[in-house]
Design a protein around this ligand. Structure first.
Ligand SMILES: C[S@@+](CC[C@H](N)C(=O)[O-])C[C@H]1O[C@@H](n2cnc3c(N)ncnc32)[C@H](O)[C@@H]1O
Ligand code: SF4
Length: 400
């Protein structure tokens, strides 16, 4: 589609084409996957598995550190700007196990002085003492999976906690010293009315989290909900919920900065921002994904062995696969992340992160601007509100 200059002296995309070295490597983050939950929620397609009464914590921490050792050369001396314990339910792990893990990580890669360390927590797993101990380990941000405060909705979602426990979780988090915490809420729940969805948001806002992730429930293949779909609200109701919810959040000082992410000033999730701005991240743990850039311009995606029993099997490798991103996929890869951000990104980030020239986007930009999907702003790459809504259509202009 395009013949614009990519690098000096090169005029076509080919996975075999020489790559321009990256002028600077992106910031480096670490994602750690903990693949167990008390039980599996019927809507969830994350790599999470119902836990047996005793978790193989020690064995898993050993495996995570050995897994990290393999990815270490790709750190190229960069400090970690953030760590994210995701799941699954990382709050099932003891502070002792997480402490040994964090210590092992820091022995291998230095932490940036202002590192953000987030842990995903389920309200059904909160104990004051454990959360105080997490805080003492240096974990400085929690992401609490609330989903809804309404008993009937929590039951329909197969959650292990009730609304009161969700409220108590916020109190406990604060008492444990977490002044920075996110709450995950979902909307468009089975039979949910506009008022019910707004009521969930109001209750969350009253607990004053610094960050709210507000997802519309989607039916995902290979889940119980996919096979036995519940009755979801009509499209008109979903639209009303979205509009009224966004207005309510804005009114209370939560600025939307990504499709589903809202934050108080200065409280955007650094880990996620790095991900959306095509930063690097090492992914360790069952099924974890990573993205790593090399100074010679190669950008590689990695994924780890998915099933916990296989990941823990010494006869199997930690890494299940990797893909060197071909040059012709880089525009799409970069933009599919960056254009999720409400304010987009500085256009100069594109050559910095991909090694390609900004001009290689010219034709796609022109066409997407004509369609009203991309803002006409030479120094930034930003979707219009229409473009955010129809991101897949917008990205088509950057497929080579
Ligand atoms: C990996 S889960 C981790 C949170 C934690 N395990 C919990 O559920 O309490 C991350 C979040 O993704 C959201 N999520 C999971 N499945 C979803 C779906 N099918 N549709 C929309 N959001 C979903 C939920 O809000 C959930 O809290
Ligand atoms: S607790 Fe969270 S990760 Fe686990 S099954 Fe439920 S939504 Fe998925």
């Amino acid at each position: 589609m395009t013949t614009t200059t990519l690098f000096a002296g090169e005029d076509g995309f080919s996975s075999m084409a020489p790559r321009a070295p990256l002028p600077v490597l992106p910031p480096l983050a670490l994602y750690i996957h903990i693949p167990w939950c008390v039980r599996k929620c019927p809507y969830c397609d994350f790599n999470s598995h119902a836990a047996s009464p005793v978790l193989p914590e020690e064995e898993y921490v050993d495996a995570l550190l050995a897994d990290l050792d393999i990815d270490l050369p790709a750190a190229y001396g960069r400090p970690l700007s953030s760590i994210f314990f995701g799941g699954g339910t990382p709050s099932l792990f003891s502070a002792k196990a997480l402490g040994r893990l964090l210590e092992g990580v820091e022995q291998r890669i230095p932490f940036a002085p202002d590192i953000e360390i987030t842990l995903e927590a389920n309200p059904g797993t909160f104990e004051q003492e454990k959360f105080s101990a997490y805080r003492k380990l240096g974990i400085n941000r929690l992401s609490i999976g609330i989903q809804s405060f309404q008993a009937s909705k929590l039951q329909a979602l197969g959650r292990i906690h009730n609304g009161d426990e969700a409220i108590r979780a916020a109190d406990m988090a604060r008492q444990a010293g977490f002044d920075n915490f996110n709450m995950d809420l979902m909307h468009g729940l089975p039979d949910q009315s506009l008022e019910e969805a707004l009521d969930d948001l109001r209750q969350a806002i009253a607990l004053k989290p610094t960050h709210l992730s507000w997802y519309q429930l989607t039916l995902e293949p290979n889940t119980v909900f996919w096979n036995q779909p519940p009755v979801l609200p009509e499209d008109d109701t979903l639209w009303d919920i979205q509009e009224a919810g966004q207005a309510l959040l804005a009114e209370h000082g939560y600025a939307q900065y990504e499709v589903s992410a809202y934050a108080q000033p200065g409280k955007s999730a650094r880990h996620n921002l790095n991900y959306w701005s095509f930063g690097d991240f090492i992914g360790i743990g069952a099924g974890a994904h990573g993205k790593l850039s090399h100074p010679d311009g190669r950008i590689v995606r990695t994924w780890k062995t998915r099933l916990p029993k296989d990941y823990l099997n010494p006869a199997k490798p930690y890494q299940a696969g990797e893909k060197l991103l071909p040059l012709d996929e880089l525009p799409f890869e970069f933009l599919m992340n960056a254009l999720r951000l409400t304010d987009g990104v500085d256009a100069q980030l594109y050559p910095q992160r991909t090694g390609l020239t900004l001009e290689s986007l010219d034709e796609g930009r022109r066409l997407a601007e004509q369609k009203g999907l991309l803002q006409v702003e030479p120094s930034r790459l930003v979707a219009t509100p229409q473009g955010q809504l129809f991101l897949n259509d917008l990205l088509q202009y950057f497929l080579i």
